[in-house]
Design a binder for this molecule. Structure first.
Ligand code: S3P
Length: 173
């Protein structure tokens, strides 16, 4: 008989794909805590993502992202981790994700769907100017990297949060 799966479940994917929303629902179903990498960074530094980004620059933000990803993956308690969209940019992060035994799920959406859904919002300085063009460019750059780290891919196109949640739970069962 096997015991409960103790592996972390990590959600990756583009801004606006629904990592936090689906993460909350999946965490509730699994009775696990949810860790959101942007929130971990804000809690650690005591400033918002936008403040860090504008005052210290993107490289400083990306270094914090690596720290909190490592921290989250080292947690003893099996958790759901919503990793921010840019987490796959750094090779160190991709290595952390592929070498850990976490289930990594890429929540994937067509760029047209992302363009419809995404809002720039306070924690997304990258989308302040030309959000559509930026999303298209980022998607092309990042899709192969999400693919590289993912154990499973779940499409969110034309699906409710409930359906996506079920699909994520199924692929990690
Ligand atoms: C970013 C995604 C954001 C936030 C920052 C940079 C990115 O998080 O970390 O604005 O590079 O994709 P979400 O994916 O939670 O929106």
């Amino acid at each position: 008989m096997t015991g409960p799966d103790r592996r972390h479940l990590v959600l990756v994917g583009m801004m606006g794909v629904g990592k936090s929303t689906v993460g909350r629902a999946v965490a509730a179903q699994l009775h696990r805590p949810l860790f959101d990498s942007d929130e971990m960074i804000e809690a650690r530094v005591g400033r918002t993502v936008r403040e860090i980004w504008l005052d210290d620059g993107e490289p400083a933000f990306r270094a914090l992202e690596t720290d909190v990803l490592r921290e989250a993956l080292e947690l003893d308690e099996p958790s759901v981790i919503a990793a921010a969209g840019g987490v796959v940019l750094g090779e160190a992060n991709r290595t952390l994700l592929t070498s850990s035994d976490a289930h990594v799920v890429w929540l994937r959406a067509d760029v047209d769907v992302l363009v419809e859904r995404v809002r720039n919002g306070p924690h997304r300085p990258l989308l302040d100017d030309d959000p559509e063009g930026t999303l298209r460019r980022l998607y092309d750059e990042r899709a192969p990297r999400y693919q590289e780290v993912a154990d499973a891919i779940v499409s969110v196109d034309h699906r409710t949060v409930n359906d996506v949640t079920k699909a994520v739970l199924r692929c990690c069962a």
